[in-house]
Design a protein around this ligand. Structure first.
Ligand SMILES: [Zn+2]
Length: 304
């Protein structure tokens, strides 16, 4: 699959929505027309992030860092892609090739921890009119069934991807390990790293020695799947330094800091500041009442 123009935004993304433009008119096969239509509807810009022309070209629409205005009530945490077309049989194979390519790229960028949906799944609409589930080979949860290769988040050549390291080692591989453990990345496998490694291995039922084998690397790199499609603070987990996963991404989004899903020093500092500012003891612990407060004061308003 070719690399597309997709670049992972800093905001949290959990779902991708597919749309159609409801027009087969070649004069409408461009971003400018879409933007005009959406501005006329009172949007601040075109609602979709990507627009796929009949010739298979993918154009950028709304800034990917911005929440789309595309699925009322379901815009937060999404990416919106629109294919130009109205009648089912008039969508082109080039368009299908393009949607497959960009969805594969998105899927890879999120370690498959993202699902794909048609607009009609959340609205009483026919959009998109083509059989997107078949095109993208989706299962009933919206997981992409295309043959997309997992691209690892940490830049590394594949030959030393699972390089065995141990206490006393130094260098980039140690730094990578430290980042995955959300501890200070100084590239020095000393006592602090050993402690974090042992604790991680213990949590995963492994013998708690300091050696990092392929098995441990794979566990460290595995995305943590959680259901965070909720603003019900009682359903969100307690987080602290070392936590990982989608709920950490949500937390980071609410704190307006870089979103990487890892609760490290940066996140701890932001949590402490936030808690102090609101009269709480400035620890790094995010409990239910802190989630509740975050939703109350930090939820960014947008089109829904
Ligand atoms: Zn739609």
């Amino acid at each position: 699959m070719p690399k597309t123009i997709f670049r992972k935004p800093r905001r949290r993304v959990e779902r991708v929505f597919i749309h159609c433009s409801a027009s087969d008119n070649p004069k409408h096969d461009n971003i400018a027309t879409m933007r005009r239509w959406h501005l006329a509807r009172g949007f601040s810009d075109i609602g979709y992030h990507f627009f796929i022309h009949k010739n298979g070209k993918i154009s950028k629409g709304r800034n990917i860092e911005k929440i789309p205005a595309a699925q009322r009530g379901n815009n937060s945490g999404t990416i919106a892609i629109c294919l130009h077309g109205l009648q089912k049989e008039k969508f082109t194979n080039l368009q299908f090739k393009a949607i497959k390519a960009i969805c594969s790229d998105i899927n890879n960028a999120y370690f498959k921890n993202v699902s794909f949906h048609g607009h009609k799944e959340v609205a009483a609409k026919a959009c998109p009119v083509f059989d997107y589930k078949k095109v993208l080979n989706l299962d009933r949860f919206g997981s992409l069934g295309l043959d997309s290769t997992i691209v690892l988040g940490v830049e590394n050549s594949s030959e030393n991807e699972f390089q065995r390291i141990n206490y006393g080692d130094q260098g980039d591989k140690v730094r990578e390990l430290q980042k995955l453990l959300s501890i200070k990345a100084d590239g020095d496998y000393g006592k602090k790293t050993l402690k974090a490694v042992k604790s991680f291995k213990r949590q995963h039922g492994l013998y708690n020695s300091g050696v990092i084998t392929r098995e441990v690397w794979e566990l460290l790199k595995k995305p943590v799947l959680e259901n965070v499609r909720t603003e019900d603070s009682s359903k969100l987990p307690e987080l602290k330094t070392g936590s990982r996963g989608a709920s950490v991404e949500l937390l980071q989004e609410l704190l307006f800091i870089n979103v990487d899903g890892r609760f490290g020093e940066n996140t701890a500092r932001a949590v402490r500041n936030f808690k102090e500012k609101h009269g709480y003891y400035p620890s790094d612990l995010v409990q239910e009442h802190i989630w509740k407060l975050l939703f109350k004061v930090r939820r960014v308003p947008h089109y829904e």
